[in-house]
Design a protein. Structure first.
Length: 753
């Protein structure tokens, strides 16, 4: 159209014809509008009517010309926000058109045109910040890898080299027997590399380095989790039970062969009827003083050992936990070495072994059941570090208290509750690496006329993944702290360390479960394909939440430990002790619960590590005091202690959760203080802040109920969590690459650039 005023109709004509169909409603609406405009001459109206003639639609070339004219306006004036602005510019800013704004906007509405939204349809290259956001390298990932690996960097590098070899290519056969043999072969290779015996004393062929052993377990978890569990059963549970519960004669006889895998074995604690309740085990070990032997016996079907790794196929011996019976008296649970098979694989007389069969995951591990029918073993097969039988056939122990002896024995096995959460952590790292790398490449949707956008640029996708990445980093530093405390422990710290290990096992494995589920969903259909490994990671780690102790039971143990700490500080929970505790708590909270603090929302305050620490400490102390007060009230009211603890179980979980999150927060803070590289320190600080605020946000209901925070502050925290996710997004790929997972282990096609 050469008439400038009439050019104002071009965007409207294009929009109603762009779908190749002018509807009856559109035709009548336009006809009525054109006919009602007094400023148009009859000739002009006739020309406009010709453009909306259903019998004579515009040609494809005409549509392209209309769109081209509109696009040129938008490219020259990218600030255009509505259709009417385009009409004005196409008319040469004609005053008549400008004065008709209300009429033109009404016409747009009558035609069902959504104003600003359809502007994008005219844009050739939509330039928006969501589209342009991308991964960048703002810090040295190798330096961050060194920070994460710490003093174990050398052994970690060695293990990564071993599991990257061709012989460690993943087993794809669905035949369980084939898979089990492959895992066993992998364990043999690791034994040949002197990785299995790493924790044993040097005089028995070991490396005498427990820190390296835990690092090996975690690093192997980047490969195949069946391998990790088989490795852990053989060299950890079986071998370390000998080392921890036995004495010199056992070390000399067994440790070297266990470390070389010449003597595969089992750790036979769990029974069908009893798992977490070790005191309730029913298998018996009856001492026969006449010939100085023990008779190991399974008294009933539900007392059979169940879910025992290495039992169904390869185990030749087992550490068996059983009730020690001497002269008809029960001396509690002790540990015994019981042969199961000949070296040729033939099961020994009196031993019945079953196969647990196909499982949700970890099908490379040969879990089995074991029953003992009056199996005779020599007296020397009793692991006698904490209990023994003298020459008179009498029970002896350096620990007179039965209860204390029992928990001392179990305490020596706490290493499993360090290896498992570290293995779970590696699985979470693998899942996040696959998912974040895929999310950085996978593009979906975008502005009309513009390119599609990486899904990691979407705020909700960031919300799903980046707080989990921050939590995974936080758990990493907390588990390093736990490992160091366990290795350098002294007797007075043992109860606290055992409780911390139990709690971190639960916290880490639950976190991995949730992380891998989110990773699976965030990868859509690709996450459902086995080739992308998330299914194996999910299925294999599912059992982590219940073996080495059911997580919920372990969290009860942690809470009971915290209550014992409460009693140490304030007596046997008497009224004065509780009042003093609550008073001290109140003093800490006075300034924090005044209206200025509870409503304070400036960025500096929300990102302040002291605010985070005070908030975590306050929740920990308050939930602990609340549980203690409620228990005292129930017991004082006549309830038996067992029943009282059952009533407050949900509070006990809250106590444990608050305690663990405070420990994790402190260790994240402490780790950052020692980092010298400023760029790495900067990104880890943001991750720390995200962990702190996302946990406060997750518990905002509690903080609001207690009056520690007000609604205006929790809203500000939510906004800051969103902002931190956005700020961390460009570094997300670098942050997962710092885990330095071998390419052959990552394997997932969607994770490969």
């Amino acid at each position: 159209m050469t008439n400038l005023k009439l050019r104002a109709f071009i965007p409207l004509f294009y929009l109603v014809w762009s779908d190749d169909l002018l509807t009856q409603k559109e035709f009548l609406t336009l006809q009525e509008f054109i006919g009602s405009q007094n400023w148009l001459s009859e000739k002009e109206k006739e020309l406009l009517f010709s453009k909306v003639n259903v019998l004579n639609p515009p040609s494809r070339e005409q549509l392209i010309d209309w769109k081209s004219e509109v696009e040129k306006i938008i490219q020259d004036k990218p600030s255009v926000r509505c259709i009417f602005d385009i009409s004005v510019m196409l008319s040469g800013n004609d005053k008549t058109i400008i004065d008709l704004e209300q009429a033109f906007v009404k016409l747009e509405n009558d035609l069902g045109i959504l104003g600003e939204e359809v502007i994008g349809d005219f844009k050739k290259n939509a330039i928006i910040f969501t589209s342009n956001y991308k991964a960048v390298k703002r810090f040295d990932t190798e330096i961050l890898t060194q920070i994460l690996d710490g003093e174990q960097a050398k052994i970690i590098k060695k293990v990564k080299s071993v599991i990257s070899r061709p012989e460690f290519a993943y087993e794809t056969s669905t035949n369980t027997d084939v898979y089990r043999e492959k895992v066993y072969d992998w364990c043999k290779i690791l034994a040949e590399e002197n990785l299995g015996n790493m924790a044993y004393p040097k005089q028995y062929g070991g490396g005498e380095n427990l820190a390296d052993y835990f690092a090996i377990m975690e690093t192997l978890s980047y490969h195949d989790l069946s391998l990790v569990i088989k490795f852990g059963v053989q060299f950890g549970l079986w071998g370390m039970s000998i080392q921890s519960l036995g004495t010199e004669k056992h070390y000399i006889k067994y440790l070297k062969d266990i470390g070389s895998l010449k003597l595969p074995g089992c750790f036979a604690m769990t029974e069908t009827n009893h798992g977490s309740n070790v005191k309730g085990l029913e298998t018996t070990a009856t001492y026969n003083h006449g010939d100085q032997t023990f008779t190991i016996h399974t008294p009933n079907e539900n007392a059979q050992k169940e879910y025992i790794g290495n039992a169904a196929k390869h185990g030749q011996m087992a550490t068996v936990f059983a009730k020690l019976i001497i002269g008809g008296n029960d001396y509690g649970i002790n540990a015994f070495i019981v042969p199961l098979r000949h070296a040729n694989g033939k099961v020994l007389k009196g031993i019945t072994i079953g196969d647990c069969g196909l499982k949700m995951g970890l099908n490379g591990v040969d879990n089995g059941t074991i029953r003992f029918e009056n199996v005779i073993i020599p007296k020397e097969n009793m692991l006698d570090r904490f209990a023994s039988i003298n020459e008179k056939g009498e029970f002896e122990s350096p620990i007179p208290s039965d209860n204390r002896r029992f928990f001392t024995m179990l305490g020596t096995l706490v290493g499993g509750r360090i290896g498992i959460p570290r293995s779970a952590l590696a699985a979470a790292k693998s899942g996040l690496t696959i998912t974040i790398r895929y999310s950085d490449q996978r593009k979906q949707f975008g502005p009309e006329g513009g390119s599609e956008v990486p899904i990691l640029n979407y705020r909700m996708h960031q919300r799903r993944l980046i707080p989990l990445l921050a939590k995974t980093y936080a758990i990493h530093f907390a588990l390093q702290y736990l490992t160091n405390r366990f290795i350098t422990k002294n007797e007075s710290e043992m109860q606290e360390i055992e409780a911390l290990a139990a709690g971190m096992k639960a916290y880490s494995t639950w976190s991995t479960r949730d992380t891998l589920q989110e990773c699976r969903e965030a990868c859509g259909g690709k996450g459902y394909l086995s080739e992308n490994r998330i299914d194996a990671l999910k299925n294999d780690t599912e059992i982590y939440t219940t073996f080495e102790g059911d997580n919920t039971v372990l969290m009860q143990l942690v809470a009971k430990n915290r209550l014992s700490e409460f009693r140490k500080s304030f007596g046997e929970m008497d009224a004065v002790g509780i009042i003093n505790y609550v008073y001290e708590n109140a003093k800490t909270a006075i300034s924090e619960k005044n209206p200025i603090i509870t409503r304070k929302t400036d960025d500096d305050h929300l990102l302040d590590d002291q605010f985070h620490l005070h908030a975590f400490l306050y929740r920990e102390k308050t939930t602990l005091a609340s549980a203690a007060k409620r228990l005292k009230k129930l017991i004082d009211g006549g309830l038996e202690p067992y029943d009282a603890f059952n009533v407050v179980q949900h509070q006990m979980i809250d106590v444990s959760q608050a305690y663990l999150e405070r420990i994790i927060l402190e260790q994240f803070q402490a780790a950052i203080q020692f980092i010298k590289d400023e760029k790495c320190k900067g990104i880890l600080l943001k991750l720390y802040q995200l962990y702190a605020l996302s946990q406060i946000e997750r518990n905002k209901g509690w903080y609001l109920e207690d009056g520690y925070l007000e609604g205006v502050k929790t809203k500000a925290i939510r906004k800051m969590v969103n902002q931190l996710c956005w700020e961390i997004r460009p570094d997300a790929v670098s942050l997962v690459e710092a885990f330095d997972i071998p390419k052959s282990c990552l394997a997932a096609p969607i994770a490969l650039y």
